[in-house]
Design a protein around this ligand. Sequence first.
Ligand code: ATP
Ligand code: MG
Length: 342
Amino acid sequence: MQQTLRQDRPIVLTGDRPTGALHLGHYIGTLRSRIALQHTHRQYVLIADAQGLTDHASDPERIRRNIIEVALDYLAVGIEPTQTTICVQSALPALSELTLLYLNYVTVARLERNPTIKDEIQARGFGRDIPAGFLCYPVAQAADITGFKATIVPVGDDQVPIIEQTNEIVRRICRQAGRDVLPEAKAVVPAIGRLPGVDGVAKMSKSLGNAICLSASSEEIKQAVCRMYTDPNHLKVSDPGRVEGNVVFTYLDAFDEDKEAVEDLKTHYRRGGLGDTTVKKRLEFVLEALIAPIRERRAVLARHPDDVLEVIRSGTAASRAVTQATLDDVRDALGLFTFGRN
Ligand code: ATP
Ligand code: MG
């Protein structure tokens, strides 16, 4: 009965590249939604190792090593393997086949126009030397989402253009097939959009060295908050300060549950008379309260790596059947050659 109920739930797919430890940006961007959605939806979480290689091909060891680290982060933050299926992308061959198929329904010009890709190409300094796999990763992401027939994708707002591109591919395939063989997906984006890095320059990202990890020690939190960008013109405590663009306040908005206290601090800061050190102390306290229990659960789980591997192994086995069924549906709908059916 329980199983039947779950089968009827809407399907959620999200994932992360195993390029490093998960950070506060992931927490705000998607992990918090995933922890809630797992109780009301059928949720799959994909460790996107194949996508990680698209800009880390010269360091495959980093991707391999981080698969277990990301899985540990999931379990420590509250993603429950009884409620969520955790799987590894490269071990799902149907997703690669869907990617290859979808590449025929996208133009290079459209891939180059994707604003997320444009931003990321610039951030990574690829110039014209863009790995083809990187340019095409939105197509692989379309395969991931549709492979599970997901209709809901909780993501940071940097990923919205990728979901739009997924839906374009879905419409192209359905038009070609003459029926709705795949559903369109909806991005679920948090109110804060994307969390900036501690330097305030770009979004917090594993690859940019501007992140606070969910496994950060008390000392690492302290140091990160200490070097956080504030208002460069707020020199003396008595000076009026700017709250907009001040990373410390952006983080308080994101993580401090006492919204009224944060508003009072903002008023005081704008008026003058409130020092950066006092605001930073509060943020340090808030972040420590969030991260300490995650860090402790993670340390316990890390003592049993075989159990963690078993979680992703069984999740991947279940996902293999689901994604293969979608590939069969799509091939069938498009009228492609299949042994035994021709
Ligand atoms: P990389 O630097 O390797 O690309 P990343 O830190 O950008 O890593 P991803 O694995 O690419 O992380 O992103 C996984 C998910 O987390 C995506 O849905 C993305 O939107 C979300 N996310 C990542 N960083 C942030 C952020 N700073 N704010 C909000 N959401 C984020
Ligand atoms: Mg990224």
